[in-house]
Design a protein around this ligand. Structure first.
Ligand code: GAL
Length: 374
């Protein structure tokens, strides 16, 4: 009942002041210029009273999923009304640049490094014209959350380094494993035992869908879909967040997880992921662990209500905490529109933990009062 009052008041305010006063998941979300927000696969940070939302700037038509402009940024004081700050990491005209116009730049995430005072952006990079074969994690740096970000470099992470707790016997490739039939029981066992880790050992591990997480102790981690999207890797970042420490682990080998989003509540880490069906939605998964290094316990689908089997027709991208609010976490997901990517919409929902399980319920319209009223 109370919630309905706050929604009605919000609605009246929006009529009077022309501002957004609530979230309407899946609807067109206009920025302060009246244009649908263009920041897909994004992430949010909070700096000195302002939230910044970074995302993929998509364009019209089928080619609109490639990076023709770069990474966009929006700013907001209240999370409902967003001001377009423009493109903060621009694609380059130089055809030899790793981020030349027409490459693929996905899921940009920005974190602040307290030691260096720099804003660090990580994103999934695919070199132009190579489909999704490059599978690289790329990094850019800025002095300000509003950019401009300067592109630094890209990696195949953990080149020449075995994951922690990797058995000695797994380091040796069998001569026959490459011929195993995909998804046969023997193949699944071979994947679990590191067949693709061995394949990519010299070259560096794959990094496609990804997120970045900074823990309470300021340690940073890249969490990335690797091994042909079959296994998630968690790779510790160096103190400046620009490189890897060579400490890394595998999560859910052969579990086929993409779109990782993570948060920590009362000392427990929770992760939401999706399955691997490209732009089409599928059933989300959830995990918890007492340590970033695992073991991660699978908790099943965190979504409830209509279309819960399809993550409400979206795919996870990020989870962030409302500033200064201990128990208020917002789940961000994308409703992709691959035929005209610019039309993709955003699903923002409150994420609750009930008996140490993340729970996402569909809401047509909600505002931050939901957290205290429910
Ligand atoms: C999805 C992934 C997106 C994008 C897409 C391409 O599974 O989450 O970020 O890479 O595949 O098909």
């Amino acid at each position: 009942m109370k919630l309905q009052y706050s929604i009605i008041i919000s609605f009246l305010c929006s009529l009077v002041f022309g501002q957004n006063t609530s979230f309407e998941p899946g609807k067109v979300w206009k920025d302060t210029d009246g244009v649908h927000i263009n920041a897909h696969g994004g992430g949010v940070i909070f700096v000195d009273g302002t939230y910044y939302w970074y995302g993929e700037f998509k364009t019209e038509g089928k080619g609109g999923n490639t990076a023709l402009k770069g990474v966009s940024c929006y700013s907001s004081k209240d999370l409902y009304n967003w001001n377009n700050e423009g493109i903060v990491l621009k694609v380059e005209d130089d055809p030899n640049s790793e981020i030349t116009k027409g490459c693929i730049m996905e899921r940009p995430k920005v974190v602040f490094n307290k030691k260096t005072g720099k804003y660090i952006m990580w994103f999934h990079l695919e070199f132009k014209g190579k489909g999704y074969d490059s599978a690289r994690a790329a990094v850019a740096i800025s002095d300000s959350p509003k950019g401009p970000f300067a592109y630094k470099k890209s990696y195949r992470p953990n080149k020449g380094v075995w994951p922690m707790d990797f058995k000695e016997e797994y380091k040796l490739a069998s001569t026959t494993e490459r011929n195993l039939k995909s998804w046969s029981p023997e193949w699944v066992t071979a994947i679990k035992n590191g067949m693709l880790v061995r394949r990519d050992f010299k070259k560096g591990q794959m990094s496609r869908d990804m997120t970045v997480y900074v823990d309470d102790n300021e340690k940073g981690y890249l969490i990335h879909s690797s091994e042909e999207n079959l296994t998630l890797h968690i790779s510790e970042l160096t103190d400046d967040y620009l490189d890897f420490t060579e400490k890394w682990t595998r999560v859910e080998p052969a579990g086929h997880n993409e779109a990782p989003a993570i948060f920590k509540k009362e000392g427990i880490y929770y992760m939401i992921t999706s399955g691997c069906t490209g732009w089409d939605p599928n059933e989300a998964r959830s995990f918890k662990s007492k340590s970033i290094w695992g073991p991660w316990e699978a908790l099943g689908n965190p979504c409830f209500g209509k279309d819960a089997d399809f993550t409400f027709h979206s795919q996870s991208t990020y989870i962030f905490q409302v500033q200064g609010k201990k128990d208020q976490f917002i789940f961000m997901a994308d409703r992709w529109k691959p035929d005209n990517p610019i039309d993709g919409t955003y699903i923002w929902l409150p994420i609750k933990c009930i008996e140490e399980k993340p729970v996402l319920k569909w809401l047509d319209n909600w505002n931050l009062a939901y957290f205290t009223e429910n």
